[in-house]
Ligand binder design. Structure first.
Ligand code: UTP
Length: 614
């Protein structure tokens, strides 16, 4: 032990510590062999400034040890350790300073994929095969993000998807997976009841609150053993182009850290060993999705059906994209040397790429009113076998990028520290040309309603582009549900135009149902019959599995909540004062944050509740 320590100390001596880190030299005797090895890495990579403020031995000694605990974590959680992180950072920072185009030599073109129309025969048949496949799927939610643009104090998955029932995003996701699990298991009669695995990637910013949300709600009905939380570590912040690590302004014995991006999900899944467990259990698909999309499960069954039918190794869900909308475009990139890939190009890179390659107007809409490049909504379906094969080669490492905000045109200093980042949708970048990479375009009203922007951010969205706010997120749920019921034959009234939190939105009847009522369009059609109508001011909440709507005329609020999933037939005329949507002031601090950010609350004046009879 003593000799190992001696040799580590000797190695440090050879690094001229006296000159570069005298304060570390004075404290050396406090450190273990492992800590001295870490110190060596830091000095060899030009990080001696981290020790400049170290106190004399005897002062802050516990903090000094805690510093090395942090360095140890940063070193072990990054493939290749801190030395590799700093090396990559220097390379990427130099490329960024030189203004190097990451797509140099590539020409963009519009790729081909599957485009679906809700409710037609092909959509219905893809939904059917998707439900069959669902018992061979695992779901992965990436929920480690800070949500800076939204600025919500809690975690985003705890936000209500809609306030009519108050169901939060996590509950909606879990109940949807359980509904798919039931539907899929039924189709595979004779086999054991399936338990679809559900992984949530968290970070230090979200982990404990996510766990608490699950535990205090009995996992929203899911078996706790089905759910696994994987926590991503943050990465070190960088102060300058030499990749000097940033000292935390709140504690000089800590390195400042920030999230590394959702691309971490691949290395975490790989190192957790879960992929192999799933493969051995006969699973075929891994579905990745994000923290706030209240329409996601309208798209999942059909998209999974597309993956299975087209045998896609990678299937990205997409929606038609408005030019300059803040979502990436799915693009085929072909290199002069013959390489070709179908990949997401971030919205801020698409315009310069197009201008540089023969599209002088850049990112603009075509005659359809949309960009020709489908908009990536970052919900991915990967085929498990080829996914494992690829990760075995890469260890799950995803190509990183750096995005420093420079102080001026000299690009020598940053406005604030930066860090390396990686995105889960960059996974196909390393795939061989034989990989089957496709996408599935859904109508935007059906599949995509993220909550990312606060009202100020939403106000800056170019006119006509989606707001991606709490207000639009909820209104789009009602709109989609209304349009789906219309397609199933119900006479749903037209919406009312309103301005809420400065955003022009359509207010449709507040219609919402639990996923167990219906997870596909075929389910919905089987539960709706006769001549039905729902007025614009109405609210309809369906909570039971076996609720059949037959010749209902609704002008008010109706909540159908049968006991024990009893069969309920709903018919006749329901008229009452209903539940009224009331605007609230975004700036009024006395109003709960969940309501202020969406700009309205619901005054539940009168409703008919059907819950007692079968
Ligand atoms: P967003 O692009 O919405 O980023 O992430 P964000 O960090 O949540 O929000 P902003 O940019 O700070 O406003 C898309 C998804 O990726 C997850 C988020 O939780 C969200 O589901 N994510 C993001 C991670 O899991 N880890 C990360 O490091 C970043």
């Amino acid at each position: 032990m003593a000799s190992a320590l001696d040799s580590a100390t000797e190695k440090l001596a050879s690094l001229d510590i006296g000159g570069s880190a005298p304060n570390l030299q004075k404290n050396l005797h406090l450190l273990s062999t492992e800590q001295i090895e870490l110190a060596k890495i830091l000095l060899e990579t030009g990080q001696s400034h981290l020790f400049e403020h170290w106190a004399e031995p005897g002062v802050d000694d516990e903090e000094k040890k805690a510093f090395f605990d942090q360095v140890s974590r940063l070193n072990s959680s990054y493939p290749g350790g801190l030395a590799s992180y700093i090396k990559t950072a220097r390379e990427l920072l130099a490329e960024s300073k030189a203004g190097k185009n990451p797509f140099d030599g590539f020409t963009p073109s519009v790729p081909t994929g599957e485009s679906l129309n809700f409710g037609d025969d092909s959509f219905i048949s893809f939904e059917e095969s998707g439900v069959k496949e669902a018992r061979k799927a695992a779901f992965v939610l990436v929920a480690g993000g800070l949500g800076e643009r939204l600025g919500y104090n809690g975690i985003k998955v705890a936000l209500p998807r809609e306030i009519t029932t108050g169901t939060c995003f996590l509950q909606y996701y879990i109940e949807s997976i359980l509904a798919l699990q039931d539907a899929s298991s039924k189709l595979a009669s004779g086999e054991r009841q399936t338990r679809i695995p559900f992984v949530i990637m968290t970070s230090d910013d979200t982990h404990s609150r996510t766990l608490e949300l699950l535990e205090s709600n009995s996992y929203f009905g899911m078996e706790p053993s089905q759910v696994k939380l994987l926590k991503q570590e943050k990465v070190a912040c960088l102060d300058d182009n030499d990749a000097r690590l940033a000292v935390d302004s709140r504690n000089k014995y800590r390195i400042q850290t920030k999230p590394h991006g959702h691309g971490d999900v691949h290395s975490l899944l790989y190192s957790s060993g879960l992929l192999q467990v799933w493969h051995d259990a006969g699973l075929r698909w891994v579905l990745f999705f994000q923290d706030t999309n209240g329409l996601l499960f309208n798209a999942i069954p059909a998209a999974l059906g597309v993956s299975a039918t087209r045998e896609y190794h990678v299937n990205s869900l997409a929606v038609p994209r408005k030019a300059k909308e803040a979502i990436g475009g799915i693009t085929r990139l072909t290199h002069a040397d013959g390489r070709s890939m179908v990949i997401n190009v971030e919205y801020n890179q698409l315009d310069p790429l197009l201008r540089a390659t023969g599209y002088p107007d850049g990112d603009v809409n075509n005659e359809t009113g949309y960009s020709p490049f489908p908009g990536n909504i970052n919900q991915l379906i990967l085929e498990l076998g080829s996914y494992i094969e690829e990760l075995t080669k890469t260890g799950g490492a995803i190509k990183e990028f750096v995005n420093p905000k420079y102080k001026d045109a000299s690009k020598t200093s940053f406005k604030s520290s930066t860090r390396l980042e990686c995105m889960m949708q960059d996974y196909p970048k390393t795939l061989p040309p034989s990989a089957r990479v496709g996408f599935t375009v859904m109508e935007p009203w059906l599949a995509y309603a993220p909550v990312k922007n606060n009202p100020e951010g939403a106000a800056k969205v170019p006119k006509g582009n989606p707001y991606h706010s709490a207000t639009s997120g909820e209104m789009l749920v009602y709109r989609a549900n209304s349009l789906i019921l219309r397609k199933a034959g119900i006479g749903v009234s037209d919406p009312e135009q309103q301005v809420i939190n400065g955003q022009e939105v359509e207010v449709w009847p507040r219609i919402t149902w639990k996923p167990k009522w219906a997870i596909t369009f075929t389910d919905i059609k089987s539960k709706v019959s006769g001549s039905c109508s729902i007025s614009q001011r109405s609210t309809l909440v369906i909570k039971g599995r076996n609720v059949f709507i037959n010749s209902l005329s609704l002008d008010g609020a109706l909540v159908i909540d049968p006991v024990d999933d009893a069969e309920v037939k709903v018919e006749g005329s329901v008229v009452n004062k209903g539940w009224v949507l009331e605007h609230v002031d975004y700036k009024d601090q006395s109003v709960p944050e969940e309501l202020r950010t969406r700009g309205f609350g619901i005054n539940k004046i009168e409703e008919l509740e059907k819950n007692l009879f079968a």
